[in-house]
Design a protein around this ligand. Structure first.
Ligand code: GRF
Length: 187
């Protein structure tokens, strides 16, 4: 049976879309059970609705603590038999409750060659720094910011001074690399 995954996203969801499309095309052996977001207005919600994937929206602000928020997420995931968490533009640090519920079962994609340029605005940081090569990293999630063990990386050439063009090239690589990396580890 294909492993059951949940995709976590907070924004446009182009990686959610790419993963969904890869599964539909038979290129990714997984069942996308649910999309989890902390941003009810995000475009990824529309994408999930259109794809017929359940969209679960949580408002972290309405919970007294982060642990209580994550506990509610874990319960929803366990009810649905989710086995792996795939973070794709989820703009929150994952903490203990999720990490303990899914040990070595949470992965993330980051738009740089880690450990360079962790955190927010990685593409802007790379262009501003003037590096000639940046890239994409898929890694396991730990309690740090973009610090877990690396699963896969691919280089992307920087278009000098041009965040938009560099971002476009990076997103293209992300969409292919995430599927490849997941096929490697979901076996
Ligand atoms: C991607 O660049 C991903 O690497 C980063 O956030 C971005 C999400 O883009 N973590 P999208 O919402 O999947 O289009």
């Amino acid at each position: 049976m294909a492993p059951k995954i949940a995709v976590f996203a907070s924004g446009s969801g182009s990686n959610f879309q790419a993963l969904y499309d890869a599964i539909q095309a038979g290129d990714l052996q997984a069942e996308l059970v649910v999309m989890v977001t902390d941003q009810p207005q995000a475009f990824v919600v529309e994408r999930a609705n259109k794809a017929g994937v359940e969209a679960l929206t949580f408002s972290p602000k309405t919970f007294a603590t982060k642990a209580m928020y994550e506990q509610a997420v874990v319960e929803a995931l366990q009810q649905r038999g989710v086995e792996w968490l795939v973070l794709a533009g989820y703009m929150r640090l994952v903490s203990d409750v999720l990490l303990h519920a899914y040990p070595n079962r949470i992965v993330n994609i980051h738009p740089s060659l880690l450990p360079s340029f962790p955190g927010k605005d990685a593409i802007e940081q790379a262009v501003a720094h003037g590096v000639k090569v940046t890239g994409v990293t898929v890694h396991y999630v730990d309690e740090g910011m973009d610090t877990g063990p690396i699963i896969a990386q691919r280089a992307v050439l920087v278009t000098e001074g041009d965040v938009e063009a560099t971002a476009q090239a990076i997103h293209q690589v992300e969409h292919a690399l995430y599927t490849e990396a997941l096929n490697q580890i979901l076996k």
